[in-house]
Design a protein around this ligand. Structure first.
Ligand code: GLN
Length: 554
């Protein structure tokens, strides 16, 4: 297994005890700190599940599908990576067991293994190593590789075996293992307990990986005696055991890690040419976070409301928009399936902004359309994203253009007024594009995925937000606005303020006689960062804040 770049150092992050300890955030925060030390950093997530990508998983199962510029459908941790490291992710930043096995099986069918028996070791593990090396694209100093799941999971074993081998392939000085565990506080005993960490490290060592650093997630800081105990039982230096204490805001993690000295220890252990870190931007962000005032109430009307992770980037983008406006918005998740003509008033009357997010399938659409109508008629700031924009278009067609049976052909293939439809020509072009990018793709290229250009009309609220005419935003959808109805919409007050450069695709709509009513066919939330908030989210929160101010005056 040859790697192209010989000087990149690899940091492997594994997790133990249980999931949801914030391994992605820890990986992203370590990356941010190393970047602040002047190092060139890249980062990758390896997911043990068998799906070839998370695109086919229901958000209820695995949370949001994060879309990159190059159109990869990836794990939501890549969103954290972009938000913390401020670098664009792509398809090389995320592999799953499914994608690894898929490659190996394709090679086997092609006869690449020439009569050999294809096995987990070395064929799958070699493919994993190739995937790991593929993330180093620009002579990065450090590549951080996060292994999904928890040590001990059956699916994760080939990944752990591959990273075990890499220490021997690349040399000790080039590889560092960090293990994240939980140190629970047991109230009845009044103590922090180290046993789960000991067991988890034992499990890791039984497969040949000795962690160099142990990161202990806990409610409170670990004192020296606990650190020493963990060090002794887990065979690491006492100054390589760190607390990862709960913080009230996820953007405080990098500075908390810095205070612990984690990045310094990494730099020493890997002999990295690291400067003193410049953390001024992170400190400024934390200062802002500490001074946020209670903000407007925003209703997010969707159907995946029971699992917060389903709207991860959206949630974060709203928080970023709040930071830019000095407020912490109150986010109220409203189940669109439960919204009816009879209760819409009661559920939405106190909110200062309504956001209808993306989604697939008919379930819950009626409630989303009601929310669009309520926002339009009551002049409440409204933001429709992807399916949210499509619902706003359907609502406008039904109630303003009086096309009562208007619909998306996704929900009613027979509708006489498919204001949202599957654009045949587009669909065919797209299929060719995807196959050109990946000749082996058999997904059939049914979705418009990744970054596409959009031209914004001046003298619109959309332009006021973006302050530029050419933008690139990320898409993930099949259906489009039907331009056959364009004139009718514009004449009646729904402006088409963002179009594809060839003017064939409607990317943004906006209502004329409304304080702020914007819908976009793309997902702006994927590009929002805490230190570079997305302009549409900034302006949406600004308008909602204004409404809050005006309504408290009344
Ligand atoms: N279901 C719609 C489509 O495929 C919207 C998708 C989305 O919101 N991401 O066009």
């Amino acid at each position: 297994m040859e790697r192209k770049n010989k000087s990149t150092k690899f940091i492997f992050i594994t997790g133990g005890v249980l999931s949801s300890l914030g391994k992605g955030l820890a990986a992203a925060s370590i990356g941010a700190l190393l970047k602040a030390r002047g190092l060139k950093v890249t980062i990758q997530k390896l997911d043990p599940y068998i799906n070839v990508d998370p695109g086919t998983m229901n958000p209820f199962q695995h949370g949001e599908v994060y879309v990159t510029d190059d159109g990869a459908e990836t794990d939501l941790d890549l969103g954290h990576y972009e938000r913390y490291l401020e670098i664009s992710m792509g398809k090389h930043n995320n592999y799953t067991s499914g994608s690894i096995y898929y490659q190996v099986i394709k090679k086997e069918r092609r006869g690449d293994y020439l009569g050999g028996t294809v096995q987990v070791i070395p064929h799958i593990t070699d493919q994993i190593k190739e995937a790991i090396f593929s993330v180093v694209r620009n002579n990065e100093d450090v590549a951080i590789i996060e292994i999904g799941g928890t040590v001990g999971d059956i699916e994760g074993q080939p990944f752990l075996e591959a990273i075990r081998q890499l220490r021997y392939d690349l040399g000790k000085e080039n590889v560092l293992y960090i293990h994240l565990t939980l140190v629970p506080y047991i109230k009845t005993a009044g103590e922090l307990k180290t046993k789960p960490t000991q067991h988890s490290v034992k499990e890791l060592r039984s497969i040949g990986i000795q962690p160099d650093i142990i990161l202990c997630r806990s409610e409170m800081e670990l004192d020296e005696s606990i650190k020493k105990k963990i060090a002794l039982f887990c065979n690491v230096d006492p100054d390589a055991v760190f607390s990862a204490v709960d913080v009230d805001n996820i953007y405080k993690v990098p500075l908390a890690f810095y205070k612990e000295g984690i990045d310094q220890k990494i730099a020493i252990m890997l002999r990295l040419p690291a400067k003193n870190p410049d953390l001024s931007r992170w400190s400024r962000l934390v200062e802002k976070l500490n001074s946020l005032k209670p903000g407007p109430k925003i209703a997010i009307v969707g159907k995946y409301v029971n699992l917060k992770e389903s709207y991860k980037s959206l949630h974060e983008a709203l928080i970023h928009g709040g930071i830019a406006n000095g407020v912490h918005p109150q986010l109220l998740y409203v189940n669109s399936e439960e919204l009816t003509v009879d209760n819409v008033e009661e559920k939405l009357k106190d909110v200062h902004g309504i956001l209808v997010p993306g989604g697939f399938g008919y379930r819950g659409v009626e409630g989303k359309i009601l929310a669009c109508k309520y926002a339009r008629e009551n002049k409440i700031p409204f933001f429709g994203i992807c399916l949210g924009m499509q619902c706003a278009v359907i609502e406008f067609a039904k109630n303003v253009l009086k096309l009562e049976s208007a619909n998306s052909s996704e929900f009613d293939p027979e509708t006489p007024h498919p204001v949202i439809y599957l654009m045949r020509e587009w669909y065919d072009v797209q299929k060719k594009c995807i196959q050109r990018r990946d000749p082996n793709s058999d997904k059939g290229g049914t979705m418009r995925l990744g970054a596409y250009p959009c031209v914004i009309k001046e003298n619109t609220k959309t332009f006021e937000a973006y302050k530029q005419t050419l933008i690139y935003e990320r898409h993930r959808h099949r259906y489009e606005f039907n331009k056959k109805y364009a004139e009718d919409f514009e004449k009646n007050g729904m402006m088409l303020t963002g179009l594809s450069p060839d003017k064939n695709l409607v990317e943004i709509i906006e209502l004329k006689d409304h304080p702020w009513y914007i819908g976009c066919q793309f997902h702006p939330e994927f590009k929002s960062r805490p230190m570079d908030p997305h302009p549409l989210f900034v302006d949406f929160i600004k308008e909602a804040k204004l409404l809050m101010k005006n309504s408290t005056k009344d």
